[in-house]
Design a protein around this ligand. Structure first.
Ligand code: NAP
Length: 246
């Protein structure tokens, strides 16, 4: 039996993209998974069904991560169903692009609300409620290092997430809980692909020396390492998973 058996992992934004691949991978690793989503109910239910067909255990939980009460209710539901929570993967996020000079207030407020406040909301609950020995994985982006034009507000929210990561790792001293961030490069999901020309996608794919886009499974494998037994000595770090782009 896997050492992850009966451990409970909440994966935010797990209805689609990288989060769905993480939920699938953690279920294969033996975790009971809570599949959080905000809008894509059918996709979340379908993923839960797939995991259960393969012998895993999964619960779907609708919660907009920017909504404090909804986040609390999600933790309540996980605890009621499974007795506690061991792992939080803060994957939910949105990306909007605009030059800083052209960005309107909604562009700023929405990305801050979901990417930064959303991560804070779940971290606060996890800090109070995660069982000792647990794991937290936040989501940043390699753009924090690359500093590409038009990514200003998005990158700023993720730089904030990196700061929360390092500080919370220290604040959880004594509880054997690690807190890390994964910072993917371009990864083939709606968030990256939507609105980009084939030419731009190809150019961005070739920015790394492996000359391809990341897949959701590449990133899920990174998370699997961090939350599994082999990741136990990695703490307070941001791990760039990008094929060597930066
Ligand atoms: P995606 O394909 O757009 O999927 C986003 C997921 O987040 C969906 O499941 C969506 O669920 C959920 N979500 C969005 N807003 C939410 C909210 N307010 N509350 C709860 N869930 C919400 O994005 P992705 O590419 O998988 O990105 C996942 C993470 O990786 C993000 O944090 C992103 O910033 C980061 N990242 C991605 C890339 C990339 O190239 N793809 C690169 C670097 C970092 P619903 O449909 O149900 O709303």
């Amino acid at each position: 039996m896997s050492s992850n058996s009966n451990k409970v992992a909440i994966v935010t934004g797990a209805s689609r993209g990288i989060g769905a691949a993480i939920a699938e991978r953690l279920a294969e690793d033996g975790f009971i998974v809570v599949i959080n989503y905000s809008g894509s109910e059918a996709a979340a239910e379908e993923l839960a069904r797939k995991i259960e067909e393969r012998g895993g255990r999964a619960l779907t939980a609708k919660a907009d991560v920017s909504d404090v009460d909804a986040v609390r209710r999600m933790f309540d539901a996980a605890e009621a169903a499974f007795g506690g929570v061991d792992v939080l993967v803060n994957n939910a996020g949105i990306m909007q692009l605009a030059k800083i000079a052209d960005a309107d207030d909604a562009h700023f407020d929405r990305q801050v609300a979901i990417n930064l406040k959303g991560t804070f909301n779940t971290l606060r609950e996890a800090g109070k409620r995660l069982r000792d020995g647990g794991r937290i994985v936040n989501f940043s982006t390699s753009i924090v290092g690359l500093k590409l034009e038009t990514y200003g507000v998005y990158a700023a929210t993720k730089a904030g997430v990196e700061a929360l990561t390092g500080i919370m790792a220290k604040e959880l001293r004594g509880r054997a809980i690690t807190v890390n961030a994964v910072a993917p490069g371009p990864t083939a999901t709606d968030l990256f692909l939507n609105g980009k020309s084939d030419e731009l996608i190809d150019r961005m794919a070739k920015m790394n020396p492996l000359e391809r886009l990341g897949t959701p499974q590449d990133i899920a494998a990174t998370v699997s390492f961090l939350v599994g037994p082999d990741g136990s000595w990695i703490n307070g770090q941001t791990l760039r998973a990008n094929g060597g782009m930066i």
